[in-house]
Ligand binder design. Sequence first.
Ligand code: GLU
Length: 465
Amino acid sequence: MTRYITRFAPSPTGNLHIGSARTALINYIFQSQHPGSKLYLRIEDTDKIRSTEAFKKNIISGLKWLGIKWDNDPQIQSLNIRRHIEVAKHLLKIKKAYKCICTKDQLEERRKKINTGEIDSKKICISCESNNNVQSLEKGYVIRIKIPTTGKEILKDVIQGQVEVNNAEIDDFVLVRIDNTPTYMLSVVVDDHDLGVNFIIRGDDHLNNYFRQKFIYQHMNWAIPQYAHIPLIHGEDGTKLSKRHGAVNVIDLKNDGYLPSAIINNLILLGWSPKNQENEVVEISDIISQFEIKNLSKSASIFNYTKLDFFNNYFLRIESNIKLFEEYCRSNSKLKEFLDLDKEKLFRVFSVYKKDISKYIEIINIADIYFSKNFSKNYDENFQDDFNKVYSNFLELIININKWEYDIINLEIKEFIKKNNIKFPVLGKPVRYLLTNNYNGPSITDIFMILGKSVSIERLKRYKI
Ligand code: GLU
């Protein structure tokens, strides 16, 4: 079996976007499917102005939280700049690159002519390469790669299929800037080659870059990796997924109380579906055994937050995931307060309400009702006479329940209703309101169980007829 060397290469110029997380996830799955293969993480921080340490940390912690594992320590691209320059110098030496001193204005003018079709060739610099004075300069130049002006390049992409581009369409792009810093185009290829990367999975916004980057491989006589360019994900309105559609930073999703399994489930179904899966719920181990990268759709997929909520609700209800709830509570200041006050009570709230929530953060407002010490609304509510007639007896019944257990409370309430010949809502609605300030919600027995006997009685007593 082939041993694949893959990599995920984010630029720390923003937080870990859900779309990038999908690229990382697919790399991770692919690597996991091929024993002996590796996945490297490379932080592409050569854009010193836009890259920050905070973004780097965000990316790394987002990946770790999702459970995406990589080999070795993350590689920091800016530490390899000397090597990138060395390769550019070599390309100069073997005449596969040349020095260029065209000014901004000259390039601008030429670009205009190219764009208006006044000149056929896409070559942006036509004079420097043959100018010996320029080629013998010691500094003050950029290094451009040489691209043939005829012929065409064919990429057999694992997802996009065969893609062809005429060389005449490709410009002699810059490898090293005037300040002697390498461009992304150069650094990415050198680092991938030096790491032995032979399978590149990345967003299809980089598809065009292949037709540039391949010349660096070719000129250096390096083996060209295989490519799988995955389509970008869009919001419901068909535009690139962004903040306008909902949370897109993985750590924001974590803070809202989404679970990694739900995010992974939602991401992997974009452009792929598992076999024989009724409700589309699929866990990472099944994904690893079933996913086939070549079957990934090549059209953009829509990220659906409603579906994410559905999966999250599914995963948060799983009994064994209760530890994830506890972890979440520890990371959230308000829930941590409740947890420290009365862990059992908080867990009772969660277990009663979990079917109704799509993410953990929603528990804060719910738990607040049950933990509130000054739950002292003035009741200007006037309940029906039918309730007023039985209120005192019901309060007494509750006071007299000695064993505060679900089945016992439930039975007592049922018998009370029967004995007093009333319909359940006559009692249930006002009692629920007295206990939670809400006419709707869980069964009153559940509420009694969450609150415990003394708080329940305290709250019931606040109603004076
Ligand atoms: N650093 C690039 C980015 O974040 C990725 C480069 C690549 O995958 O080739 O878009």
